[in-house]
Design a protein around this ligand. Structure first.
Ligand SMILES: Nc1ncnc2c1ncn2[C@@H]1O[C@H](COP(=O)(O)OP(=O)(O)OP(=O)(O)O)[C@@H](O)[C@H]1O
Ligand SMILES: [Mg+2]
Length: 369
């Protein structure tokens, strides 16, 4: 029993207790309780100014909390910072490198300046990290000739030199083009496969959705959600069904409600929807007369065929069935709406705006550097 408790404690990599930072009257981070487990790829999400960087700076001991504590590897970072920092690699602000030296020589300088007694860094390690961030081919080129994506990857390479257990990355894809973003994402996956714990902040939700297993969502300094990505995605998944007439829609609604009450508990709710299945931006569904013919079923997207079969058995043939996988973006919108207007819910049908074009986020686009 004790062993189980001990191993669970060993597996908590970051835990904060009521961590708070105020700048004058502004509470940048409020009463934050985070928990990151070993092996997590943990997404720390929030719009600009929500307190992500402030939190990371407190974790790294760069600024002091106004209240609360942070434990990393079970060690209190107020008292045991040097022991903690030896096991962490971080990229917080754009790292400073010598512009006219090559990427490889920049890493050599950093390796020479690092804690040699503990991490006898040598050329072999430098080649390993260059390989990991896929910069070996360009490692001999001067830093100032690097693209933003290459600069970002060299920064990560520098953070990896000491082979840290925990890697903190503050908006690693900021300002990168889609190719640069994919490269960073692939790098994060490789690091996770090596068993590293990764804590990464971002305001680009669809990015995070693809690499993180757990997330915390910050809104104006407050934690509004912390949990598994898969569970959050399930929260906003649903199926839209368009019938040919409002009479058929009414019949289908009744049928599905009966099915739910009769044991199909995977149907969480059924209601008339305000948005058509095609969700075309700019087209009001009511103008298309779809409000009366479309149903929204709160159910796992993969159950669409089953719903279709249920309806067909009663001679109700759907004009369109649209399984909708959940997204972090929708979960975020629901959660922030709930945080701003307690009691109200953005999941009310038709409450969500049309999907944005790929690459865009409701939290805004990546900042240019
Ligand atoms: N040194 C400081 N002095 C005063 N206010 C600060 C300071 N650092 C941060 N803030 C404020 O604290 C709030 C949180 O800022 P923070 O940089 O942590 O946000 P963020 O989530 O990292 O945002 P971004 O996505 O823009 O990087 C902001 O309102 C910011 O203006
Ligand atoms: Mg920031």
């Amino acid at each position: 029993m004790n062993d189980i408790i001990l191993s669970a404690e060993n597996d908590i990599i970051i835990s904060t207790s009521r961590l708070t930072k105020a700048f004058g009257n502004l509470v940048a981070v409020n009463d934050l309780n985070l928990r990151v487990m070993r092996g997590d790829v943990f997404g720390f999400l929030g719009p600009n100014g929500s307190g992500k960087t402030t939190t990371i700076r407190m974790l790294l001991g760069l600024i002091r909390p106004t209240a609360g504590r942070a434990f990393i590897f079970g060690l209190d970072n107020q008292y045991q910072l040097p022991r903690i920092l030896r096991r962490i690699g971080a990229v917080v602000e754009t790292p400073v490198f010598y512009p006219y030296l090559s990427g490889r020589d920049n890493l050599r300088i950093l390796a020479a300046a690092s804690d040699m007694a503990r991490h006898p860094l040598n050329d072999q390690r430098i080649e390993e990290v260059l390989e990991l961030v896929e910069l070996r081919a360009q490692a001999g080129l001067a830093y100032h000739t690097y693209s933003l994506g290459m600069k970002q990857r060299l920064g990560i390479a520098a953070a990896l030199l000491t082979d840290p257990e925990l890697i903190l990355l503050d908006e690693p894809t900021n300002g990168l083009d889609p190719v640069g973003m994919v490269e960073i994402r692939q790098l994060i996956v490789r690091l996770a496969q090596q068993g590293k714990t990764i804590f990464l902040s971002s305001h680009i939700l669809h990015e995070v959705q693809q690499v993180c297993n757990r997330v915390a969502i910050l809104h104006r300094g407050n934690l509004i959600k912390q949990g598994d990505v898969a569970a959050l995605l399930r929260q906003s998944e649903h199926i839209l069904i368009r019938m040919k007439s409002s009479a058929e829609a009414q019949a289908a609604l009744q049928l599905l409600q009966e099915a739910r009450e009769g044991g199909a508990t995977w149907i969480k709710a059924v209601a008339a929807a305000g948005a058509g299945p095609s969700e075309q931006p700019g087209k009001a569904s009511e103008a298309r007369g779809e409000a009366a013919t479309t149903l929204r079923v709160e159910a796992p997207a993969e159950r669409s065929a089953e719903i279709n079969a249920l309806l067909a058995r009663r001679d109700l043939f759907a004009a369109e069935i649209h399984p909708h996988e959940g997204s972090l973006e929708e979960a975020f919108l629901e959660l922030t709406a709930a945080a701003q207007f307690p009691g109200a819910s953005a999941s009310a049908f038709g409450g969500l705006p049309s999907p944005l074009p790929p690459g865009r986020s409701m939290l805004g686009e990546g900042k240019r550097q």
